[in-house]
Write a protein that binds this ligand. Sequence first.
Ligand code: CA
Length: 228
Amino acid sequence: MRVLVVEDEAALRDSLKERLGEAGFSVDVARDGNEGLFAGLEYPLDVAIVDLGLPNLPGLEVIRRLRAARKTYPILILTARDNWQDKVEGLQAGADDYVAKPFHFEEVLARVQALLRRAGGWASPQLNCGAVVLDTRAQTVEVSGAPVELTTFEYRILEHLMLRAGDVISKTELTERLYDQDFERDSNVIEVLVGRLRRKLDPQDELRPIETLRGRGYRFALPRDTAS
Ligand code: CA
């Protein structure tokens, strides 16, 4: 999952980048409203975190312009704790949720994860698709009740595919969502990682959880458990 952080306070921006990275996100950062708008328009994002008090272009205006440009990914705003007007205006501008400063990182993470789940049509943090269960909070995966150890990148691929289970995800999209701007992108790497992921999830080649659609991409093929 690829997240944009638009925050002018360097220490806060750096700490969000570091901790979101540890939580499995690829993270792009912007230091002011203009950079944030550019990144929000140009990068293939899954979610954005936007501080409202930004130099050059206010956060509210960044959000309005992103929505006017038909960017539909969820947006979480950072607001001052006692300023209810900010929260209302932010939501009216097109934000989906807010966290008041100062915050605990865990709250930001929980809200971002909830926004991503809802965007994918999931109500619960545990994604159940047939024998495969992925817990987005603990970042664990079980197949038929047995834990499966995945690397960070394998986990990110599986989470992305399962959040959008049933949809075809192109290799380009997966590559763009897995690496931030500091990494070189190579779709051959995705093929290797998906191959490894398949062998770990399905060593006997019985479940076939990940389908390859030639020239189109991958699809998580096991049906969603609608109760979850
Ligand atoms: Ca600020």
